[in-house]
Design a protein around this ligand. Structure first.
Ligand SMILES: NC(=O)c1ccc[n+]([C@@H]2O[C@H](COP(=O)([O-])OP(=O)(O)OC[C@H]3O[C@@H](n4cnc5c(N)ncnc54)[C@H](OP(=O)(O)O)[C@@H]3O)[C@@H](O)[C@H]2O)c1
Length: 358
């Protein structure tokens, strides 16, 4: 099979480096283009990330000598070389919005980690194992915007990917109210302990914009497809507190849920362990099996033991116990730069290919 040529916008950053690493030897995608800011453009990738390669694995050989393009200046050159770009830029939102549209107008499929288009009405926000049917919106998006080949699809914020899968698995019992506290790794801010030493031995109670995203984005993911927009779910109502903690990678969530019909413990465990993963039959290359891993042990999931389950794509959960104010509470965990960013975007692109949208 001929591989699909892809590019990475923001290839030099924390999430971009994950893309470069995860896409090495991908069976369907071939990275032909790496791009970043004018400050990195023109350098080899190895030179552009010298002294700021943040992963524990080394820079993949295929990428070292590739020339880094400028995301904006080289747009038309990049668009001629690729069929799809993964966007991991950190720029001003309006600039990203305009750039993603410009790439799609040139016939490129844009799979974005950025929040710029998450609330654009004809742009689906996807977690592949939860709402793969929302990709159907792409047909209306293309028709409305006059795009034959281009498209824009986005991933949700990393903070909610650890707990929304569990809520979806429990949807049968009609969750109405959620209180969630997230404990988020410093890589979520593009940092390491070297670049952010103040976070050693520390918790920071404020992450700009994170609580709003954690409360609102689930309503789009759990919504239904209307004629040419997503109709937002009305429930559950969510209250979120997001805290930065002294952890390198992995976002944990402590969640309490109220249901219309309170399930028994046996029903909870059965719903979580037998979640009917809607994309399982597609056998996508990076889809984890299982999607959700349940732990019965009281001291699991733990961040550094469980964030890499399923190559960082599995959602771990446990500590289900009855709650005196809500019905049930639990702990869940996901890898923020893999499942919550680059890995989740790659799985989304695989879904687009399986659905013949690219
Ligand atoms: N980290 C996570 O866990 C996570 C999870 C989900 C989503 N996200 C989202 O993913 C995006 C990237 O996050 P990150 O943590 O990887 O950020 P980062 O490490 O700061 O990297 C930012 C990237 O954007 C590029 N860039 C910055 N300004 C630019 C400009 N004016 N023109 C072109 N390129 C520019 C940088 O290129 P240079 O190196 O050349 O400056 C770099 O490649 C953000 O929108 C973030 O919200 C992050």
């Amino acid at each position: 099979m001929k591989k699909i040529p892809v590019g990475i916008l923001g290839a030099t950053g924390m999430v971009g480096q994950r893309f470069v690493s995860l896409l090495e030897n991908h069976p369907w995608f071939d990275v032909v283009c790496l791009a970043a800011s004018p400050q990195s453009a023109g350098k080899t990738y190895a030179a552009a990330v010298a002294n700021r390669w943040r992963l524990s694995t080394s820079i993949p050989n295929y990428a070292k000598k590739m020339k880094v393009y400028a995301v904006e200046y080289d747009l038309s050159t990049i668009a001629k070389e690729v069929r799809l770009v993964f966007c991991a830029l950190d720029m001003e939102k309006d600039a990203i919005k305009a750039l993603e549209i410009a790439y799609a107008e040139q016939g490129v499929a844009v799979v974005s980690n950025n929040s710029a288009h998450r609330w654009t009405s004809d742009v689906p926000m996807i977690m592949p194992e939860i709402n793969p049917e929302h990709t159907d919106l792409i047909h209306a998006q293309r028709k409305r915007r006059g795009w034959d080949q281009g498209l824009i699809i986005v991933k949700p914020n990393c903070s909610l990917q650890s707990y929304i899968p569990i809520i979806k698995a429990l949807a049968l019992f009609n969750p109405t109210k959620i209180e969630v506290t997230t404990l988020q790794a410093i890589s979520g801010a593009g940092k390491t302990f070297t670049s952010w030493p103040e976070m050693l031995d520390n918790c920071n109670p404020y992450i700009s914009g994170e609580e709003e995203k954690t409360e609102k984005e689930p309503l789009k993911i759990l919504g239904t497809i209307g004629k040419d927009v997503v109709k937002l779910a009305k429930k559950p109502r969510i209250s979120a507190t997001c805290i930065r903690v002294a952890v390198a990678d992995g976002h944990m969530a402590s969640v309490a849920v109220k249901f219309v019909k309170k399930p028994t413990m046996q029903q909870v465990v059965s719903a979580v362990t037998r979640y009917k993963n809607p994309i399982r039959a597609l056998h996508l290359p990076t889809a984890p099996d299982p999607f959700i891993r349940y732990f019965a042990e009281d001291n699991r999931p733990q961040t550094n033991l469980d964030r890499d389950l399923g190559e960082g794509m599995t959602i771990a959960c446990g500590r289900f116990r009855e709650d005196p104010l809500f019905d049930w509470k639990f702990i869940s965990l996901s890898h923020n730069t893999i499942r919550g960013a680059a890995g989740g975007a790659i799985l989304t692109a695989e879904l687009l290919k399986a659905k013949k949208l690219i």
